[in-house]
Design a protein around this ligand. Structure first.
Ligand code: HEM
Length: 401
């Protein structure tokens, strides 16, 4: 650290939401293993993020936290009451429970299931591009509905539930932001309760009406006589839903914006191979999930600083993806010819590596590649950020084509 005032990580600072990368660069230079005033830690360097995500001494289970922000904990406890104890998605479970559920879900959510959706994704994208040609907004017509419709159809969910699930999910994802108001916690708890009750009914209905869909496959998935219980199924459906669209919307919105702003890069998109390379670089550049959370199970030394056992640690995925020590001096630039972009941290790393990565890439490639070819002269006329620190992205993206 320098002798001057210490650098603070303050996402509420003016300008942060529009561009967090300046703050990240400063922290990488001055204080890459950073302790926030609330006691939690944030890692900004690529090598530390990579290491911590693969470290078996790191937990994702909140019950292992000992050093906590009491205000936040009290707000969550009051709002969620006993709900949390019953709610367990694979994102919040450590081995061996995590391995068991991950294996069962992976059986149902195979590469073949994902690839089978390619024609449907193209069909949905083509219809969305038609609406954009008629003046529609890129987020409203393409980036949001595409991943939402795909995961709904894949799971075999009733189309009529769409608006309800969209509202619940929007309220619930606020809980993964480092900063949240008591009102938002209360709204998230209500949404969580209502969505869980609803999904429990959907799972029960599906059990009697099995079909050719992901939820039916999850109900039937079995290994050595082991199957998911009704509550486990409900919680995994919930996480697939939320993770399935609240993230990909940011990739598509941010990806379209990045390419529209760089016609030189757009010109490199000559076909499917170029689209596959494009999506890796856009994942790095956009970083639709900016942070991943862990809890130390023992005292952990990183770059000479000791993070005590029971601390929350945020792995700065987006900062790692822009770390000049890993990517070179032009790390903040979009470069579709960049080598090694597949090594980005956008999907995390280690045992919780994104289960939906191939689906997200399929959707992103088709949506962004098709947009770029259909509207080669598009320009941006207006946009608005969604105000989220972690699942950072656009709420609105207006273009002239
Ligand atoms: C661009 C889109 C996406 C991004 C950037 C993304 C990012 C991530 C990240 C960073 C993690 C790891 C979290 C951690 O280590 O704490 C993760 C996990 C996960 N993602 Fe994604 N995701 C995306 C799309 C999807 C989709 C489309 C689905 C499913 C349909 C999905 C399902 C999951 C699940 C179930 C996990 C938990 C895996 C585990 O805990 O073992 N994600 N995702």
């Amino acid at each position: 650290m320098t002798d001057s005032a210490p650098v603070l990580f303050n996402p509420l600072e003016a300008g942060y939401l529009e561009d967090p990368y300046e703050t990240f660069a400063e922290l990488r230079r001055e204080d890459p293993v950073h302790q926030s005033p609330t006691g939690s830690w944030i890692l900004f360097d690529y090598d530390d993020v990579f290491t911590i995500l693969r470290d078996p001494a790191m937990s994702v289970d909140d019950r292992n936290a000992e050093i906590v922000n009491e205000e936040r904990r009290a707000a969550f406890k009051a709002a969620f009451e006993d709900d949390e104890r019953e709610r367990r998605s694979i994102l919040g479970l450590d081995p061996p429970d995590h391995n068991r559920l991950r294996r069962l879900i992976s059986k149902a959510f195979s590469a073949r299931t994902v690839e089978g959706f390619r024609p449907r994704v193209q069909e949905l994208v083509d219809a969305a591009l038609e609406r954009i040609a008629e003046g529609g907004d890129v987020i409203e017509e393409l980036a949001f509905p595409l991943p939402f419709d795909v995961i709904s159809e894949m799971l075999g969910m009733p189309a009529a539930d769409k608006d309800m699930i969209r509202d619940w999910s929007g309220a619930i994802v606020k809980t993964i932001d480092p900063i949240i108001t008591p009102e938002e916690v209360a709204a998230a708890a209500v949404a969580n309760r209502e969505m869980s009750a609803h999904l429990a009914e959907v799972v029960a209905w599906k059990r009697d009406n099995l079909g050719d869909d992901l939820l039916s496959a999850m109900i039937q998935a079995e290994e050595d006589g082991d199957q998911m219980s009704a509550a486990e199924l409900r919680d995994q459906v919930s996480v697939l839903f939320i993770a399935g669209h609240e993230t990909t919307v940011n990739l598509i919105g941010g990806g379209v914006r990045a390419l529209v702003e760089r016609p030189d890069q757009r010109a490199l998109l000559t076909g499917p191979d170029a689209d596959a390379a494009m999506i890796e670089e856009l994942l790095r550049f956009v970083s639709p999930v900016q942070f991943s959370r862990r809890i130390t199970l023992e005292d952990t030394e990183i770059k000479g600083r000791v993070i005590p056992k029971g601390s929350f640690v945020l792995a700065g995925l987006a900062s790692a993806n822009h770390d000049e020590k890993r990517w070179g001096p032009d790390a903040d630039e979009l470069d579709l010819n960049r080598a090694d972009t597949g090594q980005h941290m956008a999907f995390g790393s280690g045992i919780h590596y994104c289960l939906g990565a191939s689906l997200a890439k399929l959707e992103g490639q088709i949506a962004i590649g098709s947009f770029a070819r259909r509207f080669p002269n598009a320009t941006i006329t207006d946009y608005e950020w969604n105000g989220r620190i972690n699942l950072r992205g656009l709420d609105r993206l207006a273009v002239e084509i």
